[in-house]
Design a binder for this molecule. Structure first.
Ligand SMILES: NC(=O)c1ccc[n+]([C@@H]2O[C@H](COP(=O)([O-])OP(=O)(O)OC[C@H]3O[C@@H](n4cnc5c(N)ncnc54)[C@H](OP(=O)(O)O)[C@@H]3O)[C@@H](O)[C@H]2O)c1
Length: 316
């Protein structure tokens, strides 16, 4: 067998990077070996990856020098930022910049940067329909990633751009799933503004990233917007109803009401949903099931994901 090329994975203990690590490890005789990067190699999550067979190394996107060792000798690098850990778009941009430059210094031949779009290119900041956040953003956790694309293009190794859809795991971990309403039924409350929502099983993002690495040089410079299925609020409610065996109604929360919810980043999320609604078909075109399935033939649709995960969704 030819020597396996190393893919170094930032966020290896998380949802996106973890999916990529597992996908590479599952293909034992495949072209790639995997190096899991974490700030805490001795943590339970780091050790669990080592037990699965990954090389586990230290690396911190806040410490650019640490990335040199983490990326050394790697053929590929998967780069992702953890916006929700700090809620700072400026820090996210700094981390992305540090990773991009480190891929170049290490001579990495193929980078997959997990980005999102800079919404300000489609909806200028002076558009009165949504508030400006943190002084210069529509959707801070989108805009700073999109802004960093240019850094990967000009200062990073040869890069492919991956744009994920809304994780269906948000229904498990983010409190976004159906909740009891009046009269004993369940209510799925999301601010969709009447449009459909592209969604995806988080593990499929890493599998799609694996598919991009398999394409190699042909994928450099390409953007891959991925979704497992694109559904309306009513369609998601119907799928929940079938999986949970209880009546589920969809409630389209007004954007202003959602922005005022009492959790960190509610305004950012509210603007994200409003951007999706305002950008309409162009947004839907940017997240594509066909693209995702071509990269990852095991891609799950919502019904299949629900069949595997409904029991994990906290509803009462
Ligand atoms: N939720 C959604 O619906 C959705 C959809 C599209 C995109 N996204 C984006 O996905 C990103 C998060 O990805 P995820 O869900 O895969 O993350 P996650 O599951 O929350 O895990 C975060 C990962 O980032 C690593 N990490 C955090 N800070 C780091 C640093 N300074 N240096 C190196 N590694 C660091 C953590 O590793 P250690 O703790 O082990 O160091 C961990 O593996 C966010 O930026 C979000 O905007 C989310």
């Amino acid at each position: 067998m030819a020597e396996q090329k190393i893919i170094a994975v930032v966020g290896a203990t998380g949802a996106q990077g973890g999916g990529l690590v597992r996908s590479i490890l599952a293909e034992q005789d495949g072209p790639f070996a995997v190096r899991a990067i974490t700030r805490k190699p001795d943590s339970d999550k780091g050790q669990a990856l080592a037990e699965l067979g990954a090389e586990v190394v230290a690396g911190d996107a806040d410490d650019p020098a640490s990335l040199d060792a983490a990326f050394a000798g790697a053929h590929g690098a998967f780069c992702v930022t953890a916006f929700w850990e700090h809620l700072s778009p400026e820090r996210e941009y700094e981390q992305a910049t540090a990773m991009a430059r480190a891929t170049k210094r290490a001579g990495v031949e193929h980078v997959v940067w997990s980005t999102l779009e800079d919404t300000r290119l489609a909806i200028p900041l002076d558009d009165p329909r949504m508030p400006v956040l943190k002084g210069k953003y529509n959707v801070p956790h989108f805009d700073a990633k999109g802004e960093a694309d240019e850094v990967f293009a000009s200062e990073g190794g040869p890069t492919s751009y991956l744009m994920a859809a809304f994780y269906w795991e948000n229904f498990i971990y983010f409190g976004a799933g159906p909740r009891p309403g009046e009269g004993g039924n369940l209510v799925l409350a999301l601010p969709l503004g009447g449009v459909k929502l592209p969604g995806i099983a988080a593990a499929d993002i890493g599998k799609c990233a694996h598919g991009i690495f398999r394409r190699g040089a042909a994928a450099v410079g390409e953007r891959f917007g991925i979704a497992g299925e694109v559904l309306s609020g009513d369609e998601m409610a119907a799928a929940f109803e079938k999986a949970l065996g209880r009546e589920v109604r969809f409630y389209d929360v007004p954007f202003d009401v959602y922005r005022a919810f009492d959790f960190p980043g509610a305004d950012d999320m509210g603007n994200m949903f409003q951007y999706q609604a305002l950008y309409g078909d162009a947004f839907l075109d940017s997240r594509d099931v066909k693209t995702a399935r071509a990269l990852n033939p095991e891609l799950l649709d919502f019904e299949t994901w629900l069949a595997q995960n409904a029991e994990r969704i906290p509803i009462d």
